[in-house]
Write a new protein. Sequence first.
Lengths: 299, 275
Amino acid sequence: MRFLNALRDGVGFDILLVGAALLFLVALAGLPLVYNVLMSFQQVDMFSLGSLFRPFVGFDNYVAVVRQPEFWLVTRNTLIFVFGSMTGQFVLGFALALFFAQNFPGASTIRGLFLVSWVMPGLVVGGIWSLILAGDYGVLNVILRGLGIIQSNVFWKSDPAFSIWAVIIANIWLGLAFNMLLLSVGLAAIPRDLYEAAALDGANAFQRFWTITLPMMRPTIGAVLSLGLIGTLQQFDLFPALTEGGPANTSNVAGFWSWQLSFQLYDFAKGATVSVMMFLLVLFASVIYVRSTRHEVRG
Amino acid sequence: MSRIYTPWFLLAVALGLAAIYLFPLYWMYITSLKSGSEIFANPPTFWPTSANIGVFGDVWARRTMPTYLWNSVVIAGGVTAITVVLGTGCAYVLARYRNVWIDVGLFCVLMLQVLPASVMVTPLFVGFNQIGLLNYPRTAVILAAAAKAMPFFVVLVRATFMSVPRELEESALVDGNSRVGAFFSIVLPLARNGILVCAILTFMSAFGEYIYSKSIIQSPVLQPASVGLSGFLGPNSTDWNSIMAYSAIYVTPILVVFVILQRRIVAGLTSGALK
């Protein structure tokens, strides 16, 4: 009876609410994560797939993954993909946020329209960009040629020098709007009178941006960059739609490689090993993220 | 004199930027209407010479889209139901108190938010295989995708609950309501709009879910529309008007809902995602 009362009126109600959700998350996110680490130290094949206790092999899987010929290529691609996407999303997003912070009719409505990219299924976005980036009939090549930027067609998806950039372009389009939205929120929070005071003191637009906007935006920028890093590492859907990691792994990144190892080569141990490595990278990103949102966490 | 025209000039630039940004969407719809030879024409046409509406009905039937879309709705509905039922209560408690334990809980939720699906899919698949859940593949995908969607939902809805004044709940308690009663009759109705927007966002992202479905669901009659699309989309696709017609049918409902609810969605995101 006391137990029931606590459930209805006391702290038991809170514990029930929070406990149900956390239990669910532990079962479907926490446990798999631990299991993943366990698998990366085991020998997993089709015969031992169903058993929990498989032969331990120590660091053999890690050694084998690093010795794969494509390991360094995939590492390099992952870094290019992350930095290329983040830079593009952030710089363009910041420029657009600054533009839409100007006072003109319809600014917030038009800015909101940009966000459609964010609700589109990633696979569809990949499909559309696959068509736009096609080498001999893609519309991007036609536009670039028309502007005189390129002389001959770029085979975005099949040229090893460009294939990773094809995915980066699509990813920038996908993540740009969310970056812009978050940066707009940060811009709106800067007090107007700071700018008025600076204008009275004779600061020009560039000086105002450098001495007011950037310093005041520092926590926002930190959060946006780390969310961008996390979002980029989570990106998966664009790869099967655009290049499938090819040609010859020149556009493969850790997330897609891990999936290929597990679900196309059925080498679950190696797939788990690559995803443990990737998880360490994500952990690093989220430490930065949590640090930059600490003021939000403390409320 | 020029100052009067500045806002209109900026509006024109903004419309231009939006047109450039939304060009891929336009291209999807236009390409779906083009004939096969017109797609490969050089230079390309920016308006179809002969619109071919029949492709939509053709793709709809030939690619068994009703089955795929129904599965997408089932999966997205299941994900949304689990996320809303479990996530709302969790967000409420995380918003109501401030102490070390709440910080720890929030930290865990934030950490789970960052896990890539491509990291989780291998252990989830092997684990589901061991407990026999792979025999119910749609349920397995719903559980996996709900765990992925919940942290984001909790963070957003927590911000909504924080904007509900504590005093209202406290006065309900003074008036003799139980905690359960106050939660359901005072707090939830006040936070209803925010929860609804977040639920719709969850539904939309689960509607486009791909990696879990692709890895876990083998049977074509249970696969969602994203996997159905991947069946004829790849680096060397050429059947573009079918692909784009399929895509258009798939995303148009999402786009319509988004445009209708645009203001609320943006407001919900900006209050929750970043303070």
